[in-house]
Design a binder for this molecule. Structure first.
Ligand code: HEC
Length: 384
């Protein structure tokens, strides 16, 4: 942004430049004064501008931490402001920015007392992160032992690299980043990868159409919880954020599946809902419906409309009952676990658990249009 401003301003004549700068100064002052007059101070969170799935300056996919920050700010009745800092040297940035008051909180710090000791206090955990095994589903890789005899991509200097260093029958392919390791997989330079799970899943979701299985690995040095860090004198803010997080649990869950942070449903062959399960009537409580709606409005709404209200017939999910009658549940499960990728409907199989799908369906069931007396398929119906 700053570069853009320099670029534009640099192109003007000196007089024009002065006018633009004066105008910008006025606008800034106006914003600042307006903000001071009738709004509480924004909630400023430090985050990395280029670290998807966690945070990004790209507004199309701002990332888990940023969307979480926006939800929290909204719950606290404040505006949200990202303060961009690269996080290669997180501790240094925390000292330079957070502990000097340039931001109010730092998202995604490891929630352990060893991390910057008494200077920081933490929110409740917002994500559980760690390393994961990545392989094509056909490899049926379910545990670290399954890596024997294979070429395995690992991040340089990472715990998985040390863990496999003494295995004689494994050929390590070292990569500088999880993204690079995923590319090694795609290029056939490695059979599997043992890398940072959230990044692997994000690449798989956003670029590779769920081509790979991502299996989280438990154990020492493999997983930890990430929280929001605050300077230790900010107890009141920390407590308010924790209360907001309690209320935001469904949104946090939906965000973490959307950005691939949480483990997917079991991915072994045969665990996608079988016919019996599909036909079973979901036992939907009001809480399930509410949670289903929350997931729907966070993940599905940008194509299907908020509360499934939007104009395009073939995507109208209020017509599922009209279209499919008692095959509604079956069609729903088939579609969400297979997608209609060529028509723009993604496959959500590895993104949500069966439980989540039941909740989404429970919500959709409550908002179906009344089927017309003469049940005829509507003209815009899908052509599967
Ligand atoms: C990127 C856009 C996009 C997103 C996000 C999306 N869908 Fe879809 N979905 C579509 C499109 C497009 C179709 C229509 C495909 C066709 O023409 O058959 C569709 C069709 C469907 C259908 C079948 C409708 C019918 O009448 O046959 C279901 C069910 C469905 N989506 C559920 C979901 C759920 C649940 C989510 C969220 C987890 C979701 N979709 C997210 C684009 C999307």
């Amino acid at each position: 942004m700053r570069r853009l401003v320099y670029f534009v301003v640099g192109r003007l004549t000196p007089g024009g430049r002065r006018r633009v700068l004066a105008l910008a100064a006025c606008l800034l002052c106006w914003f600042a004064c307006a903000a001071r007059a009738d709004e509480p101070a924004p909630l400023r969170l430090c985050a990395d501008p280029d670290n998807l799935p966690f945070s990004s300056a790209n507004q199309a996919t701002p990332g888990f931490y940023i969307e979480l920050g926006q939800e929290i700010a909204q719950a606290l009745g404040r505006r949200f402001q990202a303060v961009w800092v690269p996080t290669y040297y997180t501790k240094r940035q925390i000292r330079k920015k957070l502990l000097t008051g340039q931001c109010d909180g730092f998202v995604g710090v490891p929630d352990t007392p060893e991390f910057m000791g008494p200077r920081l206090i933490f929110s409740q955990p917002v994500a559980r992160l760690g390393y994961a095994l990545v392989a094509p589903p056909a490899m049926h890789l379910t545990s670290v032992d399954g890596l024997h005899g294979h070429r395995v991509a690992v991040q340089w200097g990472s715990p998985p690299q040390s863990r496999l260093a003494t295995w004689n029958d494994v050929q390590l392919v070292t990569a500088m980043s999880p993204e690079e390791a995923m590319q090694d997989l795609v290029d056939g330079k490695a059979d599997a990868a043992f890398i940072w799970g959230a990044s692997a899943r994000w690449v798989d979701i956003s670029k590779l159409h769920h081509a790979y299985q991502v299996v989280p690995v438990e154990g020492p040095h493999m997983r930890w919880e990430a929280a929001i860090g605050f300077p230790r004198n900010q107890v009141a803010l920390r407590d308010a954020v924790n209360q907001a997080l309690d209320r935001l649990q469904p949104a946090v869950k939906a965000l973490s599946v959307r950005y691939g942070l949480v483990a997917s449903a079991p991915e072994q062959a045969g665990t996608s809902p079988g016919a019996e399960e599909v036909m079973a009537e979901p036992t939907a409580s009001a809480a399930d419906v509410a949670e289903g709606r929350q997931i729907f409005n966070t993940t599905c709404a940008h194509c299907h409309g908020h509360d499934a209200v939007q104009g395009e017939q073939r995507r109208n999910l209020r017509l599922l009952r009209t279209r499919y009658g008692d095959k509604m549940a079956e069609t729903f499960f088939y579609t969400v676990t297979h997608g209609r990728v060529s028509k723009g409907m993604p496959n959500w199989r590895d993104v949500f658990t069966d439980e989540d799908f039941h909740k989404i369906l429970a919500f959709l069931t409550t908002i179906q249009d009344k089927p017309p007396a003469t049940a005829s398929n509507d003209a815009g119906g899908p052509s599967q």
